[in-house]
Design a protein around this ligand. Structure first.
Ligand SMILES: Cc1ncc(COP(=O)(O)O)c(C=O)c1O
Length: 358
């Protein structure tokens, strides 16, 4: 069997290690940028009533028309822009790759960044070009980025706004320079939109190569897997051709429409996360041996003292707290850990466990 595997599976796929997601059982889960708040019981009961009426024997609405309408209304997406739904924004990244991939075509992004840009480029047989951010504050190195765009002529450029795993929001003027220099599409990935006041959504149409990608994951609906891409109709009509039929299942469609009716609740939860982020940030600055970077997302990147990250990560886990260890993930992230903002009591538990380890 192993011979056949090596004959059949592409060498670049065999060389990959599968994306590892640790088992969070029994731990305070501060590793995956999830919204920590659930729904009140009355709301859950109302949602279950909606689910009760669904026909699971039928295929879903192929266009997800009701979800599209609910997203347009909730997010202020006007009809002059197209909207494309994905099974999480990960699937949209995949559709974009499938739609443009050809030998020699490139995807460019800024590193350290969201790993799926690189991984999906590879899956689709495209080359990934990662331009390093500035190591001191993770801002865009504009001359290096413009050089790389000129040299590599990428088909797709991803700019995460704010960026994961660094948490900062790039300078909007730098982003505009990149959009104007790029020969292909520029996708501004606003996964963390609920936690910042800035967006490129209102600028769609100003450049013919700009698309904005968002997700409902971080606003409290990570479990239903729903991402959306917004931009000129002419682009999205083409990308829609590679979408698998029925990619948004019945349960997701109904749950999203239901949840978006209660957007004020989700907005209030985002506001609480922002307030907790501020508290966590302030508390981290009082700790010796930790440098916390500014964040406009629902997580904070921090750097600990030389040689300490692995031990602190493990020490936190031993005390029941799971965060993300980025040490070794990218040279610029040596000794870095990322903590997702949780509920007040989770953040307090994290802070006291951390201070015991410093
Ligand atoms: C920048 C960025 N984009 C996209 C995603 C993926 O979102 P989704 O859950 O919609 O696939 C993430 C998830 O961590 C992210 O950090």
């Amino acid at each position: 069997m192993h011979d056949l595997i090596s004959q059949l599976i592409r060498p670049d796929i065999r060389a990959l290690t599968a994306y590892h997601i640790p088992d969070p059982a029994g731990l305070v889960k501060l590793d995956a940028m999830e919204n920590p708040y659930g729904w009140p019981e009355a709301l859950k009961a109302e949602w279950l009533e909606v689910l009760r009426e669904l026909a699971l024997n039928r295929y879903p609405d192929p266009q997800g028309s009701a979800v599209q309408a609910a997203l347009r209304e909730a997010m202020g997406i006007t009809s002059d822009m197209g909207l494309l739904l994905g099974n999480g924004s990960d699937e949209l990244i995949q559709m974009l790759a499938v739609a443009v991939a050809q030998p020699g075509r490139k995807v460019l992004s800024l590193d350290p960044g969201f790993v799926m840009y690189r991984m999906i480029a590879r899956f689709a047989g495209m080359d990934y070009v990662g331009v390093p951010l500035r190591p001191d504050d993770f801002s865009i190195d504009l001359p290096a980025t413009l050089d790389a765009i000129q040299r590599e002529q990428p088909a797709l450029v991803y700019l995460a706004y704010p960026n994961n795993p660094t948490g900062n929001r790039f300078d909007a003027d730098d982003m505009v320079r990149i959009i104007e220099a790029a020969p292909g599409l520029v996708i501004v990935d606003e996964a963390y939109a609920p936690f910042t006041d800035c967006s490129f959504l209102g600028l769609l149409g100003d450049w013919q190569n700009l698309l904005v990608m968002r997700t409902v994951s971080k606003m409290g609906l990570a479990g239903i897997r729903l991402g959306y891409l917004v931009g000129p109709h002419a682009w999205l009509e083409q990308i829609d051709k590679v979408r698998l039929p029925y990619n948004i299942n019945v349960l997701t469609q109904a749950s999203a429409v239901f949840a978006l009716k209660y957007k004020p609740l989700l907005d209030e939860q985002a506001r609480m996360i922002r307030a907790e982020r501020q508290r966590l940030q302030t508390a981290l600055t009082t700790l010796n041996g930790v440098h916390a970077y500014p964040s406009e997302a629902n997580f904070i990147l921090m750097r600990v003292a030389e040689g300490r990250a692995d031990a602190i990560f493990k020490g936190l886990k031993d005390q029941g707290i799971l965060i993300k260890n980025l040490n070794g993930a990218y040279p610029m992230l040596d000794e870095c850990l990322r903590v997702t903002v949780g509920r007040a009591e989770e953040n307090a538990a994290f802070l006291s466990a951390l201070s015991r380890l410093l």
